[in-house]
Design a protein around this ligand. Sequence first.
Ligand SMILES: Nc1nc2c(c(=O)[nH]1)N[C@H]1C(S)=C(S)[C@@H](COP(=O)(O)O)O[C@H]1N2
Ligand SMILES: [Mo]
Length: 531
Amino acid sequence: MAQRRRGRFIAWSALAGVVSAAVFLATAELVALIVARESSPILAVGSFVIDIVPQPLKEFAIAAFGEADKPVLLVGLGIAVVIAAAAAGVLQFVRPPLGVVALAIAGALSIAAIVTRAGATPLSWLPPLVGTAAGSLVLVLAIRRLRGWAAAAAVAGSEPADAATAAPATTAEPSGMGRRGFFQVLTIAGASAVLIGIGARVANVTTTSIAAVRKALKLPAPASRVTVPAGAELDVPGITPLYTPNADFYRVDTALTVPSVDPADWRLTIDGLVDRRVELTFEDLLAMGLDEYSITLTCVSNEVGGSLVGTAKWLGVPVRDVLALAGPQSAADMVLSRSVDGFTASTPLETLTDAGRDAILAVGMNGEPLPLEHGFPVRMVVPGLYGYVSATKWLTELKITTFAADEAYWTPRGYSAKAPIKFSSRLDTPRTGQPVEAGTVALAGVAWAQTVGIERVEVKIDDLDWQPATLSAAVNDDTWVQWVLEWDATPGTHNVTVRAVDRDGEVQVEERSPIAPDGSTGWQRTLVRVT
Ligand SMILES: Nc1nc2c(c(=O)[nH]1)N[C@H]1C(S)=C(S)[C@@H](COP(=O)(O)O)O[C@H]1N2
Ligand SMILES: [Mo]
């Protein structure tokens, strides 16, 4: 009897813990809305987790959940919060004030996560602090009433009050009061937390709607446009389009929520080893004159045959023109580009000042302002370098420095400080696992060798010799080409292997290597079933 009752009170105390945590988070959201919009504890802790999880786990998350990796993280974090909060509630019931101590520790940890984030403002500590206070208050009030109820129940059941679970009857509220009071606190606190928390988060997101600002933005016409030669797009069903629509363009970044940067507030600082520190506004940048560039972007995490590669027509200004305003000093050999969210990339200075290389600060992508997820309002794009060492989105600073003095985000996390793209080729149709009918089958895909260009794509079917594929007309050396090989397919399962040869005469590396530390190699081999 007493045992069952005790179990019931433990369950109620767990619920009180969860409600207290909800009050904590909701209060923090409300205060964040007023004083420091980027200080949502749950998002700050989530971002902190992203930065500290070991690389293999991060790769597993991307492989297992793809673009859903961030929602999955948030749900996981939510479950962890519920469990910890329930435990704090039970602790406060069994051994007060240990539950409040646990809540205070959680509060301190979230303050630490928030104030150490890039973009933290002077008042960033306030939302989690007020949240902790509010959550603790609710926990104390609710559990005091629960203990009163438990004590009264123990007396009514004429069983000796368990010293550990019930307060002495003298401090207990009058019988019945405890129970009613407990549910009152729980209901009022729980309902307000849900309403205030959701309301504050929605208000935070919608009133800082950079999406609307972007929509209203009209970029000036470029001085020059990309000329796409005849024959640049092969007419093959299922082939990857020459230009990747923005909505289909792969996205890779460490940002849990897409940073909101208003072009009106945007500033680019060029500092470090420079003759003069320069600060540019968005207007200043546009006034330098825009040109259109066709460039294929590639992620170091792209496995052979993978999808982390895409091509766009970028609208932008050469990085070398922007750097020239500041005058890089001869001691420098690296530009550390920094995002508003703290991400950094290390790019060799000579790559950015090379007149033969179209390294740009991009503001437009495929005829529109950069999509928010792709770095609005300004990002870097450098032909021939993997994204993590060059393609900084939501750009805010170019620090002229040296590889000896500075490290970028991924460098201490197992990736090389310098990373030119390893040229590669991919089969896009027929798709893996999709059987085809015997007869003429178009084997087709794309191949890229940024800054050098693709000379040839070759296909090997079973034990036959390598056969040269037909290539699309190249837009430039920085843009992938499409390839196609008409194949007279006979029933059975066939082995298809693809490799590229670049304009320097180099053959794509056959030996398989993993993506870390500086990009995968190997030939894509596919089994095609012909029926
Ligand atoms: N701010 C920021 N910029 C970033 C990253 C990031 O994590 N944060 N990731 C880089 C990586 S690894 C790649 S491959 C490209 C991807 O650009 P996309 O998402 O527009 O395709 O962005 C780069 N720029
Ligand atoms: Mo990447």
